[in-house]
Design a protein around this ligand. Sequence first.
Ligand code: NAP
Ligand code: MN
Length: 266
Amino acid sequence: MSNRRNIYFFHTNSSDMLEKIRPLHDLAERYSFNIVKDARQANIILSVGGDGTFLQAVRKTGFREDCLYAGISTGGNLNMYCDFLLDDTSKMIDSMTQEQIEVRRYPTIEITLDDQPSFYALNELSIRSSVIKTVVMDLFIDNIHFETFRGDGIVIATPTGSTAYNKSVNGAVVDPSLPCFQVSELASLNNNTYRTLGSSFILGENRSLTVHVSQNGNEYPTIGMDNEAMSIRHVNQIKVNLSSRQIKTVKLKDNSFWEKVRRTFL
Ligand code: NAP
Ligand code: MN
């Protein structure tokens, strides 16, 4: 990590957490890292918590490509984005003292709501009815009409997000070395008027998915990006592409994607 010396710790500010964080500060200082208070000055961003915290750390610091993210788990188990246990300082020291750190890269998706600037997601974009009625949406792949969806909503997941919400609705787990994104249905209603594919489908890196929310009286679905709900109320068109931005994290001997899947689920 020779040229990366500025660390920013991302965590909640409860007194309990500040207590847990103190040994990490001491460790970083002992190995001559600078702890910065402003994330913009960091080139290493360490989230302390769970996968949800890691998603927030990436989101709140702007999906930066010029820094390395790593997750430290406080829950006692390693999980999908957390490769270090809070108490396992020797593993952290091993990484900190490496001459040349190797990185893993995770694809993200880019989301455009009407004409606004792009948003990004590391896990997924979810579009869900916010009322008891179904939501109706037209889905276009590369601007060609694909299907008219009626039901609870859809989830558009990245490869690393494929083990999260997407997996709960029977989507496939996708290797993050494949640049792609997956569309899964939430309780689609299928009859002679509304017909959807019925299975998840995976789009390649040059495809775009466009979603038109039908103006049929339920045009305000809940739009979620990772673990954050968008505050935008009215939206007509939602466009999703694979982004050129990738999130970099530390490559370790024991944290290949399939190793993580095994340790988390099997
Ligand atoms: P949460 O509702 O508190 O937690 C959802 C669970 O998903 C937590 O156990 C979380 O791990 C885990 N998780 C997050 N990202 C994951 C990933 N990429 N692979 C496997 N597990 C993952 O919310 P949260 O902790 O803020 O996480 C947000 C995520 O929850 C969303 O991005 C979405 O994928 C997922 N979610 C799932 C469902 C569902 O399955 N029905 C519904 C809504 C949202 P930690 O405990 O380590 O944080
Ligand atoms: Mn969580």
